[in-house]
Design a protein around this ligand. Structure first.
Ligand SMILES: Nc1nc2c(ncn2[C@@H]2O[C@H](COP(=O)(O)OP(=O)(O)O)[C@@H](O)[C@H]2O)c(=O)[nH]1
Ligand SMILES: [Mg+2]
Length: 248
């Protein structure tokens, strides 16, 4: 399973992955069919989450910014889960791609600078579409709203029925009701089946873990319809097929 995280730069995408990793380390997944069974990218998980520790009473620090590396494939973080009653484990790849790619791709599907986004949009099994409350509340909110709408529409056009979670990040930051409704209706229009979540790493009334866990379980419970593996001996240029073995 490949999870594509789609959103502008600075939207909290890397922070979201880091929080899921830390949360899983503390609580597990809570799913009997998804017991954590290792990762090929533990160093990567540690790198993104190292600066983000749940420490009540202390303001969290944030992971380093993901910059566009100019390549065509996004950075992948891997987790393997095992259902104790099934023989094969299930592998998940979380694709953390630079927001710049998505913005180029939203404007022009075939933009060379957005090639990585096009690549991911073609291959991901499940998407998270991220709306950044900070950007939508700030001075540049008009521009942030317009580029979010382009992104939602682009994703909708490329979806081919794949599942989408619509995720408000930094939900500790209040946004205008009219803005909220405008963003939500653009998602409803572009991706009618999207399931909505709101996450934050900053406690505000409710504990943030519950919302993160709800999103995590949603991802882990989605199934992709079919697995297409390359024929034996086929040339494997595609980094995804390194992990193509056992899927749900
Ligand atoms: N208030 C608030 N800020 C957050 C939250 N998550 C991330 N941020 C901020 O958003 C910035 C960008 O986060 P990052 O995960 O690097 O975004 P990315 O570019 O989408 O990967 C961070 O430096 C934080 O300042 C959150 O839950 N609440
Ligand atoms: Mg990032």
């Amino acid at each position: 399973m490949t999870i594509g995280i789609v959103g502008p730069q600075n939207a909290g995408k890397t922070t979201l992955l880091a929080s899921l990793y830390l949360l899983m380390g503390r609580q597990g997944t809570g799913l009997e069919s998804r017991k954590f069974a290792g990762s090929f990218s533990l160093a990567g998980w540690e790198a993104v989450s190292g600066s983000l520790r749940w420490d009540p009473g202390h303001p969290p620090e944030f992971p380093p910014h993901t910059t566009s590396r100019g390549g065509r494939a996004p950075g992948f973080l891997h987790m393997r889960f095992q259902n104790p009653t099934a023989s094969l484990p299930v592998d998940y790849l979380f694709a953390d791609a630079p927001g710049e790619w998505f913005q180029r791709w939203a404007v022009n599907r075939n933009s060379p600078e957005g090639a990585g986004a096009l690549w991911l949009a073609d291959r991901a099994d499940v998407f998270l579409l991220v709306a950044d409350c900070e950007a939508l509340a700030g001075e540049g909110r008009g521009a942030a709203r317009n580029s979010f709408k382009l992104l939602a529409r682009r994703l909708g056009d490329e979806l081919r029925g794949r599942p989408v979670a619509f995720v408000w990040t930094k939900s500790d930051i209040e946004i205008d009701d009219a803005m909220e409704e405008s963003i939500r209706s653009s998602v409803r229009e572009a991706v009618p089946a999207a399931v909505e979540f709101a996450v934050s790493i900053i406690p505000k009334g409710q504990e943030p873990e519950a919302n993160l866990m709800a999103l995590f379980r949603w991802m882990l419970n989605e199934r992709r319809p079919l697995t297409h593996l390359p024929p034996p001996g086929a040339k494997r240029n595609d980094p995804l097929f390194m992990f193509g073995g056992g899927s749900a």
